[in-house]
Design a protein around this ligand. Structure first.
Ligand code: CTP
Length: 403
């Protein structure tokens, strides 16, 4: 695999930074990649099809009608061919289309058909970049698993200086190559991950839930998948999406449904990571009709749910590794040690809600990892994608996995 050329589809949209994409083609090729270019009509105001074709040594895809004419449906064939889609420069317009599922040109159509890693390099005027609409679209794409190759500050084509300048081709190439040339440490391993909250119904219109966004579990799923694992992601309700060919997603709502899905998947799994915020109690009975407002106080009898982590740990064989999370607000380390011991997990990832920027509803997290061999490792406050890297790296070391 390492000697096979990487297949990169380079998407170019209509910004002045398109001229840098010509160097990017060359740099990818120097790194043993084959490049095919998809350019929007506006991109061709800045660079010519002839230069793109000559440099990439491949046909340039530009016209959606040309695509429609082809019986092979080229955007699908191209999405299949690609190992990665790199969009540089990505204008506010193309980012908006990607985020909102609009497919009216060759590039936006390809984007929807592509389930491979996507890298997006925004490039635009500072005010446009900072507009809430653009920021929200970038955030949406980030949450859906696209790699955002952040623009930097510098001199802009509009004559001003500020954020929005596309990174230099050398830096972009390195970021893409680094992300794509990761050792497939987990090839052949099946990983079960739980994520998100659970919703425990009270009556037909109400439930008991919690503030978990699911982000940590989704980032873990992406990281394992990018390292070659086959991932089953059992998730409670969340607005997050994931598009990786190695990830199978199972949607559940309640703790009981999550348990059932895990029981089915666990026997064939090598590793299980329980990142979900599972309800500890569920209404003893679900009212068949909406509960009407009447007395001053209302009591809803609750009963304990089954602890999924502890259940799997009881069933685990010596070749399986089970990792739990612990969400604490006080006596954090002590409580996490107790959970590690009582639930008989191999490892516990501790989140403290006392650390600012950590835990639920944040894009960042700060975790301490404890394992059953007595090791304790505390990290720093980082983006959840980087925290996922740290956790997965810790698991790889714990299991002594090497390339
Ligand atoms: N967990 C689980 N099933 C449950 C409850 C929790 O699998 N019914 C898992 C979580 O996914 C997490 C770990 O157990 O990996 C710890 O969850 P946490 O909420 O921190 O602890 P609890 O065991 O629920 O204990 P407490 O709420 O009393 O702290």
């Amino acid at each position: 695999m390492p000697n096979q050329p990487l297949h990169i589809v380079l998407g170019i949209s209509g910004g002045i930074a398109a001229y840098k994409s010509l160097s990017l083609i060359r740099l990818f090729q120097k790194n043993n990649a084959e490049v095919k270019v998809v350019a929007t009509p506006n991109a061709l105001q800045f660079v010519t099809p002839l230069s793109l074709q000559t440099l990439s040594q491949n046909k340039v895809y530009t016209d959606p009608f040309q695509i429609l004419e082809n019986v092979d449906v080229e955007h699908i064939a191209l999405a299949e061919w690609a190992d990665a889609l790199v969009v540089a420069p990505a204008t506010a317009n193309i980012i908006g289309k990607f985020a909102n599922g609009i497919a009216d040109d060759a590039l936006s159509t390809l984007f929807l058909a592509c389930d491979k890693p996507v890298f997006i390099a925004p490039a635009m005027n500072t005010k446009m970049l900072h507009h809430p609409a653009v920021q929200q679209n970038i955030q949406t794409l980030h949450l859906r698993g696209c790699h955002i190759l952040e623009s930097s500050a510098g001199y802009l084509a509009c004559g001003t200086t500020g954020d929005g300048r596309m990174q230099e081709p050398e830096a972009l190439c390195e970021l893409v190559m680094q992300a794509m040339s990761r050792p497939a440490l987990f090839t052949g391993k099946k990983v079960l991950i739980t994520a998100g909250p659970t919703y425990e119904p009270i009556d037909p219109v109400r439930f008991i839930g919690n503030f978990s966004s699911g982000l940590m579990g989704f980032r873990l799923a992406e990281t394992f998948a990018s390292l070659g694992a086959q991932v089953t992601l059992v998730t409670g309700p969340t607005h997050l999406s994931i598009a990786h060919p190695n990830v199978q997603r199972i949607n559940v709502q309640t703790a009981a449904q999550m348990l059932e899905a895990c029981q089915t998947e666990f026997p064939s799994s090598d590793i299980a990571v329980m990142a979900a915020a599972v309800a500890d109690y569920t209404p003893a009975e679900v009212a068949p009709e909406k509960i009407k407002k009447s007395a001053q106080t209302l009591q809803i009898p609750l009963q304990k749910t089954t602890d999924i982590l502890a259940t799997l740990c009881k069933q685990k064989t010596k070749n399986q590794c089970v990792v739990g999370f612990a969400l604490e607000t006080e006596n954090e380390l002590e409580n996490a040690q107790t959970k590690l011991k009582n639930k008989k997990a191999d490892m516990i990832v501790l989140n403290s809600l006392r650390n600012e920027g950590a835990g639920f509803q944040h894009a960042t997290n700060l975790v301490t990892i404890l394992d059953k061999n007595g090791n304790v490792q505390t990290g720093k406050l980082k983006d959840k994608a980087q925290v996922a890297e740290d956790i997965v790296g810790y698991i790889a070391n714990y299991l002594k996995l090497t390339k």
